[in-house]
Each structure stands twice: as structure tokens, then as C-alpha cells.
Design a binder for this molecule. Structure first.
Ligand code: GLC
Length: 435
């Protein structure tokens, strides 16, 4: 039966966009909290937010060329600034020199390129006067009397606002996905946090389901059971997560340089090979990769980010079959330093390391009909290990029945070489080694 998460699971690769007033500070999206900036100090970014180089069509084309199939934009981050023309606040892009509804333009441009659209929306709001000061708030000084500090603040009024804004966004755009962030009721790093009770999470979920039934919801509301997919931040699980014996759709979100917001001073960038390996690793465990770019304060993707997308795109274009619509192969143990994915009767061996010589894949000898490099279709010759574990010129070649691939001496010039195996599936699981 078709599941509403099917598109998400097939898409595998998306773009995360963190863009807001912090993009002008250009030193991490938590700058207001990290530097304890007052509202008055932070105001300068609002007054100078021009977005004059914002071209969402270009963003969408770059994302598409990289092989991304969906995109998630920060409609509001923790700073509270809204990128759309909300009726519920003045703290929005239409009141800055930019003077545009950036969310509407983003949605239109990405949908025009055939990409799905999602919204990241912060549950936290450091600008709203009723958002109570807690352990993560820029006004928290670690020792203050919270009751005194929060005099006059009424969290319920803020939560009405939060629900109202999510309602506005869903009604206007019916996004494919909603990425709410985040809950910290039991966060050991802060003495006072917020969670499902504070957000009135039950009501919020009910509203989301009512207003836009197809919208997928992430797992950061502190309300287990309400999510369509799980999130993993700057990391990936060891194996495919499951619940009640069923695999759970999940997504790893990653920065390129340790900051979600534009931060040219953060110089430790991943290289394209690392990103491709992360993507492959996610897919081999049934997950997606949501790769972040923080556009600069004027709305551009920096050249380095665009080059990254371009390099990733060269790989995804020639290796699309092993990624989109492909998934894990739970019943086959991958060779060392390899990741497996499968799509129908095609099994893909992603070789992270490369040595010339042989690569043994246990259990696949009797099932493999043909093997070739995915990027150029060139044949890869193979043998099958005999009952003693040997091949004609090689003792201890692998476990009996293993497929032994004879790798080209020269590593193909792609970030991750992939060998495609065409299998004779019969009616048995792939990993069934009986001849
Ligand atoms: C964290 C951070 C935030 C970032 C998000 C992305 O929750 O607070 O800055 O947007 O992770 O996953």
C-alpha cells in the first residue's frame, strides 16, 4: 500500500536552507544567544536585511543539479525573525529593506523546478515578548531569579502565536514537510527547558494534520508517536532505526562547516567525497541526507557551496540508480569499507576504500548474473569461491559461495566508485546462500 512517506523515502537527498538575520552577523545562527546580544543590538541586522541578491530560482536549479529532490527553508529560526508576510508580527522580512515575502518566492521557485518543499519552523523564539526566558535564552544569566525575570511574560500567549503562525504557513503553502525545532524539557545542559506541555504539542499536531494532511512531520516536538520521520543531527545511526519491528524513515541533517547559518570564518569544510559517502551511508541504512547551505546576508550561496553542489551533482547524476528509490540490504553483510543498497534485482556495492585486486562479497556468488561499474557501465569480471574457500589462483579467497569481484587496478575517478550487480533473485532473500 502506498504510504504518504513514500516520496520522502524515495527522494533520499534534500537541501536545508538556514537564512535569517543571523546571516548578516555571519558567525553562526545562535549568535544572539552566544554573544548575549540585546534586542536593540540585534536590531541592526533587521535594519540592514536587504536580500538584494536573493534568486530562489538559482537556488532551486543548484539544488536540482546536485541531485536534491526537496528543500527545507527556515521560515523562522530561534531569533524569531519571519521570512514571510505574517499577519501576526511586525518582525518580518516585508518590514525590512528587503520588503519581500521570501517564503512565497522560495516555494514558487522550488516547485517550478519540480522539488518538494518543506519548512523548518522554530518552536523557540527569542524575540517574542511572551516567550519565557529559559536556559537557552539570550537573556538568561545563569543565576537570575526566573520568576522575576519572566514577570509579565505569558508563555500561553506565545504558544497561541506559534500555533497561529504554523497555521498561516500551512494554509498558504501546504508544504510537503514541516520540521519543527526543538524541545529541551530534559536537556541536561540547561536547568530550565521546554517540551510538549509548553508547546501544547497535541493540539499543534492535530492542527497540522487537519490543515494539511499530507504534510510530513519530524520528531522534535517531544511527542513520541506524532512523527513521520526521525532526525539525526550532524551524525547517523549505526544501523537502520526501527520501531515495533518496522523500519522508521529518518533523515540526517548536516552542515558543511559546522554552522547552519552563513559563517565564512568557519573554515573546516567537508569535501565532496565526504558528503557523497555520508549520503550513501544514509541510504544504505534506509535514511535521507538533508545537506545544509547558509546563504549570505544578501541571499547568495557562496561560491564554495555552489562548487560543492556541482561536484556532488556529477556523482549523483551517474549514480542515481543506487540512491533514488534504493534502500538497504539487511540480509547481506557488506564487504569491509563498503555500503550496499538495492533497487529491485540490482544490488550496488559502494566501495569507500579501493585496492586493486579482489573484493569478496559473501553469499552472492550463486545469485550474481552480471557485474559492472555503475558510472560508465564497464564490465567487472568475477569468480565464485569453491567449497574449500579457494579460487584457482587464490587460497582463502572468501567464504564458500562468495562472489569475488576482480577490481580494475586503477580506482575510477569518482568520489565513490559503485559496482552494480544484476541478481537472479528467484523467490529467496538476497542473502540466502543456498545454491
Ligand atoms: C539545532 C540548532 C539549530 C539548527 C538545528 C538543525 O536544533 O538549534 O540552530 O537549526 O539544530 O538541526
Amino acid at each position: 500500500m502506498a504510504d504518504r512517506t513514500d516520496w520522502f523515502t524515495n527522494a533520499r537527498f534534500g537541501l536545508f536552507v538556514h537564512w535569517g538575520l543571523y546571516s548578516l552577523a555571519a558567525r553562526h545562527e545562535w549568535v544572539q544567544q552566544r554573544e548575549r546580544l540585546t534586542d536593540a543590538e540585534y536590531r541592526r541586522y533587521f535594519e540592514n536585511f536587504r536580500a538584494d541578491r536573493f534568486d530562489p530560482g538559482q537556488w532551486a536549479r543548484d539544488a536540482k543539479a546536485a541531485g536534491m529532490r526537496y528543500a527545507v527553508l527556515t521560515t523562522k529560526h530561534h531569533e524569531g525573525f519571519c521570512l514571510w508576510d505574517s499577519d501576526l508580527t511586525d518582525f518580518k522580512a516585508t518590514n525590512t529593506p528587503a520588503g519581500r515575502d521570501l517564503v512565497a518566492e522560495f516555494v514558487e521557485a522550488f516547485r517550478a523546478e519540480g522539488l518538494r518543499v518543506g519548512f523548518y519552523h522554530s518552536l523557540i523564539d527569542w524575540h517574542h515578548p511572551d516567550f519565557t526566558i529559559d536556559g537557552w535564552h539570550p537573556r538568561w544569566d545563569g543565576s537570575a531569579d526566573l520568576v522575576e525575570l519572566n514577570a509579565g511574560r505569558d508563555l500561553d500567549r506565545y504558544v497561541d502565536y506559534l500555533h497561529g503562525q504554523v497555521g498561516e504557513l500551512l494554509t498558504a503553502h501546504q508544504p510537503d514537510l514541516l520540521w519543527l525545532d526543538f524541545s529541551y524539557a530534559d536537556d541536561h545542559r540547561v536547568p530550565v527547558g521546554k517540551g510538549r506541555e509548553d508547546w501544547r504539542a497535541d493540539d499543534l499536531v492535530e492542527m497540522v494534520r487537519k490543515l494539511s494532511p499530507h504534510t510530513l512531520l519530524n520528531d522534535r516536538l517531544d511527542l513520541p508517536g506524532s512523527e513521520d520521520f526521525a532526525t539525526a543531527e550532524e551524525a547517523s545511526p549505526h544501523a537502520q532505526p526501527s520501531a515495533d519491528g518496522r523500519p522508521v524513515p529518518w533523515e540526517a541533517c548536516r552542515t558543511l562547516n559546522g554552522s547552519w547559518g552563513y559563517a565564512p570564518g568557519f573554515q573546516e569544510w567537508l569535501d565532496p567525497g565526504q558528503v557523497v559517502r555520508i549520503l550513501v551511508d544514509c541510504v544504505s541504512k534506509g535514511g535521507n541526507l538533508l545537506l545544509n547551505i547558509g546563504p549570505d546576508g544578501r541571499g547568495k550561496f557562496e561560491p564554495r557551496a555552489r562548487q560543492m553542489l556541482d561536484a556532488i551533482g556529477s556523482w549523483t547524476t551517474s549514480h542515481a540508480d543506487s540512491i533514488y528509490g534504493a534502500g538497504p540490504v539487511p540480509d547481506v553483510v557488506p564487504p569491509p569499507d563498503c555500503r550496499l543498497t538495492r533497487s529491485g534485482n540490482r544490488l550496488f556495492v559502494h566501495v569507500f576504500g579501493w585496492q586493486s585486486g579482489t573484493l569478496a562479497c559473501a553469499g552472492l556468488g550463486s545469485r550474481t548474473r552480471y557485474a559492472s561499474m555503475l558510472h560508465d557501465g564497464s564490465e567487472v569480471r568475477f569468480s565464485v569461491v569453491d567449497e574449500d574457500g579457494d579460487l584457482p589462483h587464490l587460497r582463502d579467497a572468501g567464504p564458500p559461495g562468495a562472489l569475488v569481484l576482480h577490481l580494475p587496478a586503477r580506482r575510477p575517478d569518482v568520489p565513490v566508485p559503485v559496482i552494480e550487480l544484476t541478481l537472479d533473485l528467484g523467490d529467496r532473500p538476497v542473502g540466502d546462500t543456498t545454491a
